[in-house]
Design a protein around this ligand. Structure first.
Ligand SMILES: *Cc1c(COP(=O)(O)O)cnc(C)c1O
Length: 266
């Protein structure tokens, strides 16, 4: 989706919807929402954007031309790892159709306790995101200078290849980053029980810092199923795999102490 010509070429006469994710999990590559909206709309299609990793505090996809903005409530919005949910927003007429058809026929209705917990969490969303971003930037800069670390992917870093797009499209760089290491990632995870804060788990966006290893070949066979060129492009960012870190709200010096221990037990 960062190759605009490839997107334009993929449009068909019967294309109804173009769907993108930005920033993309776990590469932290961005998609230019305005540019893709132009391509989708020129082809008579709608554009939906999953901006879960950014949160709506950061990326308001409909302001950049998207027709549907999609967020997992499970992550930053509910923010405590105790709710499962999702939300689609957009123009009233489009959402009205979704309520009628998808809501009724697929039965995706949230239970009241989850809705209540999510509404409670909205009151602290902007304060939490500000701290997630501050901690993540400090951690990303620390990892960049760590001898055991290869590449660090975080849109808030000045050397992120799409940092200018990130500044234009994200008002907060959020709390998710990924990085490769020079050694064996299994050894990092073997030491996780000794960490004070960091937990080994797949979710993201909660107050506790979480780490998860995502091997590129497993992602390709279980989920992505990219073309050979697409897989080469993924490997140019993710190598053989990345450790994804959802940086939490703990004191940042303590998150860094945990990472030092995980990366170098001596
Ligand atoms: C986690 C995630 C989802 C799925 O959300 P759930 O609420 O866990 O089903 C969708 N998109 C992105 C980008 C995510 O990180």
């Amino acid at each position: 989706m960062s190759d605009l010509d490839a997107v334009a070429k993929a449009m068909r006469a019967n294309t109804k919807l173009v769907h993108v994710e930005t920033p993309c999990n776990p590469t932290l590559a961005l998609t230019d929402i305005k540019a893709i909206a132009r391509i989708a709309h020129a082809g008579g299609a709608k554009l939906s954007v999953d901006a879960t990793v950014a949160s709506p505090i950061s990326t308001r996809a409909c302001d950049f031309g998207a027709d549907y903005a999609i967020h997992s409530l499970t992550k930053y919005i509910s923010g405590h790892g105790d709710v499962l949910g999702g939300v689609v927003s957009g123009a009233a007429s489009l959402i009205g159709d979704l309520r009628k058809d998808v809501g009724v026929h697929l039965g995706a209705s949230m239970h009241p306790m989850a809705a209540w917990l999510t509404m409670r969490s909205l009151t602290t969303l902007s304060a939490r995101l500000a701290l997630h971003e501050k901690n993540a930037l400090a951690v990303a800069q620390h990892l960049q200078n760590h001898p055991a670390v290869g590449r660090v992917n975080y849109p808030g870093l000045e050397d992120h290849p799409q940092h200018d797009l990130a500044k234009a499209q994200m008002s907060n760089f959020s709390g998710l980053l990924s990085f490769s290491i020079k050694g064996d990632p299994a050894q990092v995870l073997d030491r996780i029980a000794s960490a004070k804060h960091i937990k080994h788990a797949i979710s993201l966006g909660k107050p506790q810092t979480l780490v998860f290893y995502l091997p590129t070949d497993a992602l390709q066979s279980n989920a992505f199923r990219l073309s050979p060129e697409g897989l080469d492009r993924l490997k140019s960012i993710a190598g053989e795999g990345v450790l994804r870190l959802s940086v939490g709200l703990e004191p940042v010096s303590e998150i860094i102490t945990d990472l030092e221990m995980l990366l170098d037990p001596a």
